[in-house]
Design a protein around this ligand. Sequence first.
Ligand code: GLA
Length: 451
Amino acid sequence: MPPSRPIDAGQKHDHTHVIVKFEKLFGERPRVFRAPGRVNLIGEHTDYNDGFVMPAAVGFSTYVAVTGRPDRNLVIHSEEFPGKFEFDLDKLPEQRTGAWCDYVLGVASVLRQMGHTLRGANMLVHGEVPLAAGLSSSAALEVACALALMSLGQVKLPLPEVAKLCQQAENSFVGARVGIMDQFVSCMGKAGHAVLLDCRSLEFQSVPIPAGIRLVVCNTMVKHDHATGAYNTRREECEKAVEYFAKWVPTVRALRDVTVELLNQHMHDLPATIGKRCSHVVRENQRTVDAAQALAEDNLPNIRRLMRESHNSLRDLYEVSCTELDIMVEAAEGLPGFCGGRMTGGGFGGCTVNLVREEHAEDLSTEDRNQPADLPLHRGRRSWRNSSGTRLISSVRRPSLQLHQPVRRLRKNCELRQIAAHHRHFIAAMKPGTGMAIFIDLVRKVLALRN
Ligand code: GLA
């Protein structure tokens, strides 16, 4: 897979070019569906243990433009990858092909297995979510495709069901045994909020990000090819632990059911590695619930402590961090306005997530206030004001609707930007409620300074 494009601070994120490209390719006007990527504030590697997570949808999305075809074929193009794929819906491959289109095929297969009738489709995919950065580009693609295919087949499902079928596509077709977190928040995220999700019951609540705090995502640019294998290994280790505990306490169905007391009683009988994995998961669940409470109470010192504990635990017990992530977490702690940070996502590279005081993150508000309220752009922003979950963003019925807005340049006097530019790191600053995101090149300098 080619490396993901760095997203430049001044780049315009406008889906109209997807429509234009689609019209050139297929000669007709499409409907466009959007689904966002996510960043996880806390609750890592807990979702497949029936535990708690607290992700937020981000302002990078995947767009799928679609029209129906008279035949039974799926014709799939991407703006980011060359070539096209064509498959007969009635003879879809049973296994993954190894190409990016597997996410689309997986979703189509699962919808068919569920008994839904799909129509042949022309599809064009445009992805803004950086690939393999731990921001869930795959979930965004799955969800946007599911909605596109469902709309053609007139399949109506509640969004949590869409999340589940997309997870199933990734588990059974793509072969990554991921939990429900990414797909769920891509469907159900809300502007300016994180989502506290109980991954067993799928009950959830939206937790407001405190006023004046922004999410800053720093990308190490490290991509580890073995990540899927290591991820599945972690899952197997958790399953072994559950088998062990279920022998002692039959009501244990997942690590979610193991208490700290039960773990402590058995710690010395568990193989060392399994014991470490359990210690992480059991305590991470509690940290996630505590962090939701702390966020609701604006208790930033507690959030900072919990995020740091989470990072240390992922580094030392779950062993999914890497040097770059560790350094980046430490580097952020020294920055002005820092209120908490940790690695985010599956690990072995990817990003850190940080809570940063607005005045230190970036300054977009002046430009925002200067926007007259009656500009179409402003109206568009309001509806798009997400960090919220997935949606149909344009259709043949409302062709002129423009919901996307340009990402604005950081102001020159932004402190974080200066530091970031100085260290040549890679940072994304997201203002909850607008979904705006800025990436700046960072990390190597810090590594060089450390060495
Ligand atoms: C990946 C998976 C999620 C979750 C995280 C770790 O992002 O897709 O389901 O398990 O890793 O928290």
